[in-house]
Design a protein around this ligand. Sequence first.
Ligand SMILES: [Ca+2]
Ligand SMILES: [Ca+2]
Ligand SMILES: [Ca+2]
Length: 320
Amino acid sequence: MPSCRSYIVFVASLGAVVLGCTAARVEEDTAEACRNRYDDDGDGRVDCEDPSCIASGVCEVGEAACRNGLDDDGDTYVDCAQRACVEGGFCDASPAACDVVSQAGCLSGQGCYAVGTAGGGGVASVCRVAGVQQSGACSRDAIASLSAREAHPCPAGQGCASLGAASDGICSDYCADDAACPAGSMCVIVAEGRGFCSSPCSPLNGSGCPRETRVCRSVQEALGYALNQRGAYHLCLARESRAVAAPVGARCVEAPLLSTPASQICVTGSLCVALQDGALCRALCNLAAPACSSQTRCQRLYPDGRPVAFGSIEFGACAP
Ligand SMILES: [Ca+2]
Ligand SMILES: [Ca+2]
Ligand SMILES: [Ca+2]
């Protein structure tokens, strides 16, 4: 559809006088005008880029369109997955009674994330624009300083899991039980009713982590996590965190809390086990196929029968 302005030029070249047209104001606020890929009102903004199109019902911007669960402009991006909704301030992070496991309770394009888990206090969650780092690296410090409109690094359904007091973590699936986690992984409960799926990586050699920059670290217990019922779990972590981890033979903390320094958590391939010589990092071994140094042998970690299993492998520790 030609604008009034171009119509004037065309007619004027024929010597015609078109007074009626110069008086008419062309608006860009109807469904038709807001979908024609044309700057109808000549203000430099085309279709849905023009705020006057908000009321047209075909644009994805504005309070109503950004919260209706619909792809109003047909570009496949719904609500807060639409940049205009975020940039318009319609998707600011806000505390919400959303559920991190089911992801119910937030707008499309947002994720439900747990906040303030340190200390195991009440259940707090927030709706925030969802990120794209599927099983990728994340930083708890960086998340804590995000502005209201910035996206969480992790996609909806994942949170930033890290060991001890470390900030560097990995985007990991939220879960309520093991059934929600991939094979070889288990749900590590960190607060009432929710946790993270551990990484299905090998505690012996670290294989199975998504990228070379990750290491597989064993953790026996976290808040509310019972070793004697569930075995050990493992997380893929940034490689840097290995530098400050406790080596085999070092003193360690058997049941690390969120506040436990990484230097007291055992390196990949070992587990903190308290025997007569104290709580030390012990090299793990496969009880069915042991490989220990000559001074040690592969022993069941807990003689009372508590299993330390991961997937189908039951582990022991190389001990004198
Ligand atoms: Ca238009
Ligand atoms: Ca919408
Ligand atoms: Ca859209």
